[in-house]
Design a protein around this ligand. Sequence first.
Ligand SMILES: CC(C)(COP(=O)(O)OP(=O)(O)OC[C@H]1O[C@@H](n2cnc3c(N)ncnc32)[C@H](O)[C@@H]1OP(=O)(O)O)[C@@H](O)C(=O)NCCC(=O)NCCS
Length: 181
Amino acid sequence: MQPSAQPAMSLYALELLDTCHDRAGFCSGLESVDRYFKETARGHLEKGISVTRVLVEVDAPTPKAVLGYFTLSIITIEAKEWPGVPKGLPKQNVSAVLLGRLAVSESAHGKGIGSMLLATARQLARETILRTGGIGLVVDAANEQIIEFYAKYGFRRVSQEGLRMFLPAASLEGGTKIPSE
Ligand SMILES: CC(C)(COP(=O)(O)OP(=O)(O)OC[C@H]1O[C@@H](n2cnc3c(N)ncnc32)[C@H](O)[C@@H]1OP(=O)(O)O)[C@@H](O)C(=O)NCCC(=O)NCCS
């Protein structure tokens, strides 16, 4: 893959998913994340299950075309043996932030948007953890190929068999972020 040039941040806005966003028109090329975005993300936001943020162009006409999105929520996990986790965790489950979904519109792939969205998700996870506690950011990679994408940003697999990956709280900072609300 060609190295991706970082897009100018001032062209973009990060917004909470709302009815003004064109959910139906979004296509990342991965059916499961597209279906979640069209059918489930808003309901989950309204019910407090997770929060989905979308990237749009500043001044985009309504319905606003979505360039990418990510979804965050809080989970509790047993993580004693995970890479980068401090020794001596209690026996019971501990909190972490889950990056439930991350996707970029197929037409915008390869422009550095995925990297920017991930840096922004990491920043939001860091702020949450500083306020409420938590051991880091968890992601369930959609397939083996995507493992490489997350590994580039420091995420490590938590076991050889599964697709779950983890970035400890101490490693969340870094990367070009999109200013958020
Ligand atoms: C994965 C995805 C979010 C990447 O978004 P993107 O905007 O195209 O990525 P970027 O342009 O920011 O690329 C950042 C880096 O990741 C690399 N990369 C991009 N897609 C990759 C992939 N599928 N596998 C491995 N590396 C990848 C790029 O080469 C680039 O590396 P570089 O900095 O060394 O040049 C996007 O391809 C996507 O939405 N895919 C479909 C949905 C999906 O799979 N989501 C993940 C679910 S867990």
